[in-house]
Design a protein around this ligand. Structure first.
Ligand code: GLU
Length: 497
């Protein structure tokens, strides 16, 4: 099998397009086939190299590597449409020569007048065919006289075009509703429907999975395959990705591009796993599958044709799973940019990294996305008892629990090193023995005095992390006050308040 992803580089990659790329990739990888990356950049005004690079970058980030195409080379390139104009030109000449296409001189104003007339008469607007029978000699003379023409496909009258869509089953369209499509614009650039057929054919593409917004193009493309005498690929048109309101997923719904999801701290394996489930189901209820397993199981037969609703909560659920199982070193390197943005880190030293590896996985396991990690780790760096005690409710709580806080501060003046869970539990045992408090009455004041927070990570993880961080004297992280310093400062601030 030969499959391709053929984006138009006119902006960031939308998750709907990423899903299209993924389905093609899964089928290629699962079948031992080839995945081609082609860039459809014939719209010179809207296409940019920056967008092409961003899309390639997103594909690589998602793990959707390609065997052939832009950046990878291959036998049937070039793979950028803007570098294939000579190929389209030669094929346009061929179609004109056999009479399957013709030159059309109708002006934009004329076409618009035709359209209005059709609408007024209640007919579907389509090209009226004014230039269909001009004849080649007349057309040539008009071109020589300096007129500009587009090239249109001569759509046969009164035919039914049928194809067996791998997702939607049989699709039939009558040629009466198809106006002769423009193949080549008057500036010589090919239209999408023309270039895509030539490329898919010459690149030996066997299967095309794409959004169902292209389904109305397919009969036009099939007519072109027929005109050239080429065998068309199999088509699979998948339902578009929708927002919760069943409208196509757009900015209104929040993040839509792969880049945005990446910036929010979704892991690439979470996004690919989630996108694979958008319209496809592995069938046995198992949903959390790594990409290689997705490729092994993927089949178009199990792609549904109903709308795929993008569900951010489900994506978060998938992401949480991958955050919990991610390698600590990788999590830290992924988190550093977020810590930096939050002002908690600059350039972590190797020792800082070792420290982060001891605490970031616990923080990451308790959030939906990596951009929430800095807030979970804020207690390490940002210790401000005065600010906590400015809240009257918290102040009253702390005042009631003063004996616990005092006993805590006292216990911590001894040379204790709270470097692990056991040491923390022992400390808590001492405070309990000194005050007779237990459960929430014991742990809540300890949490407040040492972290400045009313909730957060397990205390027997958080408190040892505080002391390990304090001993570290981090070079590329904000300083971390020790547990002893915190208890002392908290008590002093309480007494002063
Ligand atoms: N460049 C087209 C798009 O991005 C490709 C459509 C197709 O797969 O044929 O929509």
């Amino acid at each position: 099998m030969r499959l391709r992803f053929a984006p138009s580089p006119t902006g960031q990659m939308h998750v709907g397009n990423a899903r299209t790329a993924l389905f093609n990739w899964l089928l290629a990888r699962g079948s031992g086939g080839t995945f081609v990356f082609r860039v459809e950049d014939t719209d010179a005004e809207r296409s940019t190299r920056a967008s092409e690079e961003a899309i390639a970058d997103d594909l690589r980030w998602l793990g959707l590597t390609w065997d052939e195409g832009v950046g990878a080379g291959g036998e049937v390139g070039p793979y950028r449409q803007s570098e294939r104009l000579h190929i389209y030109r030669a094929h346009a000449v061929e179609l004109l020569a056999i009479g399957a296409a013709y030159q059309c001189f109708c002006s934009a104003a004329q076409l618009e007048a035709d359209r209005q007339e059709a609408l007024a008469a209640g007919r579907p607007p389509k090209y009226v065919g004014r230039c269909r029978d001009l004849g080649r000699a007349v057309a040539r003379r008009r071109i020589e006289d300096g007129e500009r023409a587009v090239i249109r496909l001569r759509v046969p009258a009164d035919r039914e075009i049928a194809f067996d869509d791998l997702v939607r089953g049989e699709v039939r369209v009558h040629t009466d509703v198809i106006g002769d499509p423009v193949l080549v614009r008057s500036d010589g650039t090919p239209a999408y429907n023309f270039a895509v057929v030539i490329d898919d054919a010459l690149m030996g593409i066997t299967h095309v999975i794409r959004g169902e917004d292209h389904i109305s193009n397919t009969p036009r493309q099939l007519l072109l395959y027929e005109a050239f005498g080429w065998r068309p690929p199999r088509f699979a048109h998948v339902a578009l990705v929708m927002g919760p309101d069943h409208a196509p997923l757009s900015k209104r719904h929040g993040a839509t591009s792969v880049a945005e999801f990446r910036a929010r701290g979704y892991l690439p394996e979470a996004l690919t796993n989630y996108l694979a489930l958008l319209g496809w189901s592995p069938g046995d209820g198992e949903e959390l599958l790594p990409i290689d397993e997705l490729a092994r199981r993927f089949s178009i037969d199990h792609v549904g044709h109903s709308a795929a609703i993008f569900d951010v909560d489900k994506l978060a659920w998938v992401n949480r799973h991958y955050l919990k199982v991610a390698d600590p070193a990788r999590l830290v390197s992924l988190c550093v940019p977020f810590l930096r943005d939050a002002g908690l880190a600059t350039e972590p030293s190797p020792d800082d990294v070792v420290f982060l590896e001891s605490i970031v996985p616990a923080a990451a396991a308790s959030v939906d996305r990596l951009d929430e990690v800095p807030a979970r780790l804020g207690f390490l760096f940002d210790f401000a008892p005065e600010r906590v005690l400015a809240d009257p409710v918290l102040r009253a709580e702390a005042a009631t629990a003063r004996p616990v806080i005092a006993a805590l501060a006292e216990a911590l003046t001894a040379d204790v090193h709270l470097l692990d869970r056991d040491a923390f539990r022992e400390l808590a045992g001492r405070v309990r023995a000194a005050t007779g408090q237990k459960g929430r009455a014991l742990f809540h004041p300890i949490r407040l005095a040492l972290t400045g927070e009313t909730e957060g990570m397990e205390l027997d993880l958080a408190v040892p992390a505080i002391d390990r961080g304090a001993r570290l004297r981090p070079a590329g992280l904000q300083p971390i006050p020790s547990a002893a310093e915190r208890a002392g400062r908290f008590l002093a601030a309480l007494d002063a308040s």
